[in-house]
Design a protein around this ligand. Structure first.
Ligand SMILES: [Zn+2]
Length: 254
């Protein structure tokens, strides 16, 4: 079996055919999918999907591009849902200095507050990092993320950075980016990532792997991510499938 640890089946791109998309994933052996909500609408939809389909697990949090609207009210909603629903992780949270929708200080504040909530609720976190690696690292370190653990989602950095995040106790999740021809750093990182910290994801509908690059991505394609990692590491696809599923089950306490 395969476990897609990060998909957005809760966005409008899947509104017409979510059933077929989930069916195709299941037919390809992708029997578990974590659906990530990042604002009010997508959080509600992630929870609804998990109540409708077997094998769908919600992850909820407040995206860094939404940091300006993080509030006591949002925080209370997140706490209440995590305590009462089968939420497996908190996120995605982090920093995004590419879009820079809000100033760094605002983003860092929403990030720190969510980490503190996750620690209070003892739930792992899912990290979004775009052009903000140094600050993400500092915040995770200062907030002692090792107490709860978490996932560097769609990892796209060098082996040196990977080592630093591993030292903080983080898991490393690879997306379709690892299949891209020019993604040299990512391929080098995947070669050396320890198997017990490895996860795979699609980030659907974004980042479709080769040979589907540029199309709408969907969880069935997580197989291509697993195939490329198997090739890079010189191991069997089955082994990648098994170990990444076990890692996800363990981290998400399933
Ligand atoms: Zn995402």
């Amino acid at each position: 079996m395969l476990f897609d640890t990060h998909a957005h089946l809760n966005v409008k791109q899947f509104a017409e055919d979510e059933f077929e998309v989930i069916k195709r994933a299941n037919d390809q052996g992708v029997s578990k999918i974590a659906v990530v909500g990042f604002d009010h609408e997508t959080i509600d939809k992630a929870l609804a999907l998990s109540e409708t389909y077997p094998g769908i697990y919600p992850i909820i949090g407040w995206h860094p591009t939404e940091a300006g609207s993080y509030s006591d009210q949002v925080e209370e909603k997140l706490i209440q849902l995590i305590q009462t629903k089968n939420v497996v992780a908190m996120g995605e949270m982090g920093l995004d200095y590419h879009w820079m929708e809000d100033p760094k200080e605002i983003q860092i504040d929403a990030f720190r507050r969510q980490i503190r909530v996750a620690k209070q609720l003892d739930i792992p976190i899912v990290i979004h990092n775009r052009d903000s690696t140094e600050d993400v690292y500092q915040v995770l370190k200062e907030e002692h993320v090792e107490d709860i653990g978490g996932i560097m989602h769609s990892f796209n950095l060098t082996p040196e950075w990977q080592e630093r995040f591993l030292d903080l106790g983080m898991h490393i999740s690879y997306s379709g980016v690892v299949t891209f021809k020019n993604a040299h750093d990512v391929k080098e990182s995947a070669k050396v990532v320890p198997l017990d910290k490895l996860l795979i994801e699609t980030d659907s509908p974004y980042l479709a792997p080769q040979p589907n690059r540029g199309k709408r991505n969907e969880p069935a394609y997580v197989r291509f991510v697993a195939m490329e990692i198997a090739r890079l590491k010189g191991i069997e696809l089955d082994e990648v499938a098994q170990i990444t599923s076990e890692n996800a089950n363990q981290l998400f306490k399933l």
